[in-house]
Design a protein around this ligand. Structure first.
Ligand code: FES
Length: 163
């Protein structure tokens, strides 16, 4: 499971400019740009909003509005490992709420927050494509099916061992 790697402010700026250049002149590029930035950096830095807006000839409010509309996007640096618990219907029916409650307690971190040590961010997601094997979670880009509370603890211990 690959973790989020922290970049220096200069690397962050360079990454954003490369992504903007790559999409220059492309129609409807806002969402692809936002996805690319978050895929590379793990988040969309607040101070990149004005660069994105001017590259696309949009207002900062328009860019900010799109970022905040989608739950997927975040504007703060996440923890090294992003833990997502599926809360869509099939997983709900197989105990996703209880699993989220367990995760919050185990990590000492409420959903949509990052642990104090910066190692884990805990998020909800809506379908990981494993509905027949719910409840499902992902840690970084790796998905896990039929996750019990003890499976969860083991996966967290494994991720912690990689930090
Ligand atoms: S509903 Fe959870 S994986 Fe589809």
């Amino acid at each position: 499971m690959s973790a989020v790697l922290k970049k220096s402010p200069l690397e962050v700026q360079r990454t954003i400019h490369e992504i903007l250049e790559h999409h220059a002149g492309v129609q409807g590029a806002l969402l692809p740009i936002l996805h690319s930035i978050q895929d590379v950096l793990g988040y969309i830095p607040a101070d990149s909003v004005s660069d994105i807006a001017s590259a696309l000839n949009l207002s900062r409010a328009e860019v900010h509005g799109v970022i905040t509309y989608y739950h997927h996007f975040r504007m703060t640096m996440p923890g090294q490992h992003i833990v997502k618990i599926c809360r869509a219907e099939a997983c709900q029916s197989m105990g996703a709420d209880a699993l989220m409650a367990h995760a919050e307690k185990h990590l000492c971190c409420p959903a949509h927050h990052t642990t104090e040590d910066g190692v884990f961010s805990l998020e909800a997601t809506y379908c990981l494509g494993l509905c027949a094997s719910s409840p499902a979670i992902s840690i970084n880009d790796e998905v896990h099916a039929r996750v019990s509370t003890s499976d969860f603890n083991a996966l967290i211990a494994e991720a912690r061992g990689q930090t």
